[in-house]
Design a protein around this ligand. Sequence first.
Ligand code: FES
Length: 107
Amino acid sequence: MESSRIDAEITLMVDGSSRTLTVDTRTTLLDALRDRLGVTSPKKGCDHGQCGSCTILLDGRRAVTCLTFAVAQDGAQITTANGLAGHDGLHAVQQAFLDQDALQCGY
Ligand code: FES
């Protein structure tokens, strides 16, 4: 049986760092970030676009990574919860995580 796997090289700018990797074109952005790049702040909750725990900023707009193909984001700017902090401390979203004990699910 012939495989339908097609690989592609992509480069993502993740929290200010350029990251290049080869992905199966069916790989979600969530799996590419977590499993391939070790970026664990986007969480896999429902894996169906409903819970929001995998949310990032993708070129400045909110996106759920479990419903986004990595290959379609070649060259994109990605900001995760980890990348929100500025030089003067935690971002308001990060502080809200701590204040509300929202760490378990990543909301
Ligand atoms: S994992 Fe729930 S919306 Fe992506």
